[in-house]
Write a protein that binds this ligand. Structure first.
Ligand SMILES: *Cc1c(COP(=O)(O)O)cnc(C)c1O
Length: 396
């Protein structure tokens, strides 16, 4: 049996259609998109097309799209760019405690160096922020509200339109890390009052190392990378034409197929969740079961088990999943996202994220559940806590 990939929130395979679109830009149309001669203008033409494809997908104008190296850079640029663009007004930023490390680590570092003051909003047991709390956190020197559209560990989707309206009513810039959302959640930046938005192609079947920061016209954002005059003098560096073309194609496909894919993937997810909950005891679903969640995501805590052990055993069985977020795996810290939802440390330690994609099948889910049931039982037989609970620990 082929290996099974249930980690689409970490990254997705680049679809063949996208790769095919990219290939000529390595060899035939290789000009520097900023050059004035024909070779350059030819490449530039396709960069313009991709820029429009991205803009169309989120209801923006092409001139509001800036290509970056990915979600991490876009998040960094949004924060740092607003801090220097709105220096005169203040340095207070409101965000949530479940943002991606690209946001959290950046903000913590700025705060430590005295360059920003940050309010990290908590979340409820399903991962939602409280809008009243958000309103109460606003100060005269608040320059930025940044709330992720969809969470990468538990899939919870925030009420972005409402949050955008609150920011707008208070004359504060609103940024959203939509890296998990693009291709899964319909986004219209105008309707949702979004001023800045981060996205990354490799999360929606595009290539790695390419992303976008959307900036609403008029938002004061300082340039991030200095050097050449690319991206209207805002982000220096030769444009990565193949990746940009691939990103344009990928977002066009993702937007076109969004309903079809969400239906297919959420049916797989629901089937998986039902199987796990009926066949394994002492499992806890993390996140929300309302429709305000990503179709692809299922995160469970398995009591009496270490997520890492479970991950490694599943890997041996040919199944790739994630414990916590990929970025923090290898560390022994339990997921800060699950802790924020109020999960006890032991349950946070025993969590796994399964994230499904459009190429997965029901057969793969069946195979996974079969193995999961067996492995969970094996690991629990080795767990002193489990045996104590069952009254079978001969060492007590
Ligand atoms: C993956 C991810 C990022 C980082 O994007 P890269 O392109 O890998 O740098 C940022 N935020 C969220 C929510 C993500 O899921």
């Amino acid at each position: 049996m082929n290996r099974i990939y249930f980690d689409h929130s970490a990254t997705t395979p680049t679809s063949e259609e996208v790769v095919k679109e990219m290939l000529p830009f390595f060899t035939d149309i290789y000009g520097n998109g900023s050059s004035q001669h024909s070779h350059g203008r030819e490449a530039g033409k396709y960069i313009d097309i991709a820029r429009r494809q991205v803009a169309d997908a989120i209801g923006a104008k092409p001139g509001e799209i800036y290509f970056t190296s990915g979600g991490t850079e876009s998040d960094n640029w949004a924060i740092r760019g607003v801090l220097s663009g709105y220096k005169a007004k203040g340095k207070h930023i409101i965000t949530t405690c479940i943002e991606h490390p690209a946001m959290i680590k950046t903000l913590e570092s700025l705060q430590k160096n005295g360059l920003a003051e940050v309010t990290f909003l908590g979340v409820d047991s399903e991962g939602f922020i409280c809008l009243e709390e958000l309103k109460n956190a606003i100060r005269p020197d608040t320059i930025l509200i940044s709330v992720m559209t969809a969470n990468n560990e538990i899939g919870t989707i925030q009420d972005i339109k409402e949050i955008g309206a609150i920011a707008k009513a208070n004359n504060i810039i609103f940024h959203t890390d939509a890296v998990q959302a693009i291709g899964n959640v319909k986004i219209d930046v105008k309707e949702m009052n979004i001023d800045l938005l981060s996205m990354s192609a490799h999360k929606f079947y595009g290539p790695k190392g390419i992303g976008v920061l959307y900036r609403r016209n008029g938002i004061k954002l300082s340039s991030y990378m200095t050097g050449g005059e690319q991206e209207r003098n805002m982000r220096a560096g030769t444009l990565n034409t193949p990746a940009i073309v691939g990103m344009g194609k990928a977002i066009e496909i993702a937007t076109r197929d969004i309903d079809k894919n969400n239906k297919y993937v959420s049916e797989l997810r629901d089937y998986f969740v039902a199987q796990v909950e009926s066949k394994i005891d002492n499992v806890y679903y993390n996140g929300t079961k309302s429709n305000k969640r990503l179709a692809s995501n299922a995160n469970f805590s398995f009591e009496f088990i270490e997520g890492e052990s479970l991950l490694l055993r599943l890997d041996l069985a040919g199944i790739s999943v994630s414990s916590g977020s990929a970025c923090s795996s290898g560390s022994l810290e339990p997921s800060y996202v699950l802790l924020a939802t109020g999960r006890a440390i032991e349950l946070a330690h025993g969590s796994l994220r399964f994230s499904f994609g459009k190429n997965n099948t029901k057969q793969e889910i069946d195979y996974c559940v079969q193995n999961l049931v067996k492995i969970v039982q094996d690991l629990r037989e080795l767990s002193p806590l489990f045996l104590i609970k069952k009254g079978e620990n001969k060492y007590v």
